[in-house]
Design a binder for this molecule. Structure first.
Ligand code: SF4
Length: 458
């Protein structure tokens, strides 16, 4: 696949000429949940009028609500290694950062990290590694995944391991698939080829096309849940959105499925990586909110992931605009959950350092349902099967009850007393607003959890 930069520049130039009434038409079209054309996306990027901005945000809220309701899926990253052969100018793990304390966790250490996460109540992790492996090569990652799944703590366990590792050959993607992963995630970082070359200085990651085509190889190998993303702050964010759209269209055209998730990290300071503190194309908070809102309208059925790079305030604002998954209680250093030195060798600075329980309580207080559900992937509702259910709105019949049941399980097993109190109110409120059939299903599932059953999903 190729990113057509010329077409993007043309779209951005002509966007300035779009009238106010045309913007209103685009927003009306977006409410039909059918996505947007490149010209529409460019036009929305150009909005600066406060009334139109307000309407953009209002439309994004409506679409978010229509498709995802009040659920927010929670996960946390599990960094197993900070070894890396690449030299990315924005990352603390870059090979030229000689001061970094390098380590790849042993399997015992990975089990200890997993135990710490399970004991907090996590059910989903994103396993992350720098782009180099210890002596056993890629097998290290496969053993790490198996180790995470093997940890059982009473009824607590990790039920879905998503993976963010270097782009692989198709044959290794096939092996990854056999180890029962959820989503394979990799970010292009920037789709702007010239910027990409400037910030990726050494190692395999200098190959723009090898990275861009990673998802083609992954899907061809049978991994039908893939996650893409941009590191905002490297190139013009408007260019990145239009390039993301081209990437998505390419995958849809070739395989009939788009990405399961899009991540929207913004550059944050990282030790030994000055560029991270001085982004070449800084993204203001307002522009960041626009990015989330436009993505919500551009790809209504694709999950949007917000990490703990952002502050609690920004995270709260973007939940309503379109975010559907958040990380919580995160550490970005290998060993960060179970070792004493929780600050050593982190990949970047965190804006939200609250514990999982604090985030859960906050999210519930705002009227959302924190969901730990892993049902779809375990029932094989992935890729095209997931989209077939998601597009006519069918998936809500599963997600809403599953979200409530997994939330109650969390509250009963791990919630602090105050969180339990807030959470029970949220569950009662959510039940009240549900249609008859899903409410009955949810009530039956909640009853099973109260009676001591765990891992109840439909
Ligand atoms: S961004 Fe990834 S590939 Fe680049 S230096 Fe950091 S860990 Fe390595």
């Amino acid at each position: 696949m190729k990113i057509n930069e010329e077409k993007i520049q043309q779209c951005l130039q002509s966007a300035a000429q779009r009238s106010e009434s045309e913007i209103w038409e685009i927003l009306t079209k977006a409410r039909k949940l059918e996505g947007l054309e490149a010209d529409d996306v460019a036009a929305l990027c150009s909005i600066s009028d406060p009334d139109l901005l307000g309407e953009l945000f209002r439309t994004a809220r409506e679409v978010k609500d229509e498709i995802y309701g009040r659920r927010l899926v929670l996960f946390t990253p599990l960094y197993v290694s900070n070894l890396c052969k690449n030299d990315c100018a924005y990352c603390a793990f870059r090979s030229s950062n000689r001061d970094l304390n390098r380590r790849a966790l042993t399997m015992d250490e990975i089990a200890a990290e997993t135990s710490a996460l399970v004991d907090e109540g996590h059910k989903r992790v994103l396993l992350v590694a720098g782009e180099a492996y210890p002596r056993d090569g890629f097998d290290y990652i496969l053993r790490a995944i198996d180790t995470v799944y093997s940890v059982k703590r009473g009824s607590g366990e990790i039920r879905r391991v998503n993976v963010n590792v270097a782009p692989l050959e198709e044959v290794d993607f096939k092996r990854l698939k056999q180890h029962n992963i959820g989503t394979y995630q990799i970010f292009q970082e920037t789709y702007h080829r010239e910027t990409y070359a400037k910030v990726h200085l050494r190692g395999a990651k200098t190959d723009f096309d090898w990275r861009l085509e990673a998802m083609d190889r992954a899907i061809a190998a049978g991994i039908d849940d893939v996650g893409i993303g941009v590191l905002f702050g490297l190139a013009d964010w408007r260019f990145e959105l239009l390039a993301l759209q081209q990437h998505i269209h390419h995958l849809e055209k070739r395989f009939g499925i788009g990405p399961h998730t899009i991540s929207v990290p913004r550059l944050e300071p990282a030790t030994g990586a000055d560029l991270a503190s001085n982004p070449p194309n800084p993204v203001s908070d307002l522009a960041f909110r626009k990015i989330v809102a436009i993505l919500r309208l551009m790809v209504p059925y694709t999950g949007i992931i917000m990490s703990t790079r952002e502050t609690a305030d920004i995270r709260r604002e973007t939940f309503a605009l379109g975010v559907s998954q958040i990380s919580a209680g995160s550490r970005t250093n290998p060993g960060g959950y179970s070792s004493a030195d929780k600050k050593a060798a982190a990949q970047f600075s965190l804006g939200d350092v609250r514990s999982l329980d604090e985030v859960v309580a906050d999210v519930a207080r705002l009227g959302y349902i924190p969901s730990f559900c892993t049902g779809c992937y375990r029932l094989g509702r992935t890729g095209a099967d997931f989209m077939d259910l998601a597009k006519p709105g069918e998936i809500k019949r599963h997600c809403a009850p599953n979200g409530l049941s997994s939330f109650l399980e969390y509250l009963m097993d791990y919630g602090q007393p105050k969180t339990q109190e807030t959470g029970m109110v949220s569950i009662a409120n959510a039940l009240e607003t549900m249609d008859h059939e899903p409410r009955q299903r949810a009530q039956a599932m909640l009853e099973k959890i109260r009676a001591g059953r765990r891992d109840v999903f439909c």
